[in-house]
Write a protein that binds this ligand. Structure first.
Ligand code: DQA
Length: 142
């Protein structure tokens, strides 16, 4: 099974961006980790990151057309993008929402809502990068 792992804004700086919150592993390393976790689970995993909302919408629309399962960390868009909400609403295959930190318990009120959650089969937050493995396991049906 092909699976898309889609990462939103600022996640390209993983490892350098607020490491006290997001850890010291880079996005390139996350790509390798997801690919090897996928391999163990019999999944063909493709990891992408963009800072451009329209690019993310195009990827989600293609995933809807192709009925591809999606692991989505929409980063800050999670909290306010109705376009991401609409794009997630039309997905046909399972969608798993992932956050490295636990936005629902962070001090900023605006992090406490998610436009992705209503459409997600599962929400994983606060498990660091391990959350991506948990999301892939969910999609693999484990
Ligand atoms: C995040 C949490 C969001 O609130 C934040 O805007 C991010 C990353 C996470 O993975 O913990 O950019 O999605």
């Amino acid at each position: 099974t092909r699976v898309l792992v889609l990462n939103g804004p600022n996640l390209g700086r993983l490892g350098r961006r607020q490491p006290e919150i997001y850890g010291s592993t880079t996005h390139d390393e996350l790509v390798e980790m997801c690919r090897s976790w996928g391999h163990e689970l019999g999944l063909d995993v493709e990891v992408r990151q963009t800072n451009h909302e329209g690019v993310m919408l195009d990827w989600l629309n293609a995933a809807a057309d192709e009925q591809t399962p999606v692991v989505l960390n929409a980063a800050a868009w999670t909290h306010y993008s109705w376009a991401i909400y609409d794009a997630c609403a039309q997905l046909a295959a399972p969608l798993v929402e992932v956050h490295i930190s636990a936005p629902s318990t962070r001090p900023e009120e605006w992090r406490h809502t998610s436009v992705v959650t209503p459409h997600a089969a599962r929400v994983i937050e606060g498990h660091g990068l391990e959350g991506y493995r948990m999301a892939l396991e969910t999609i693999a049906g484990r």
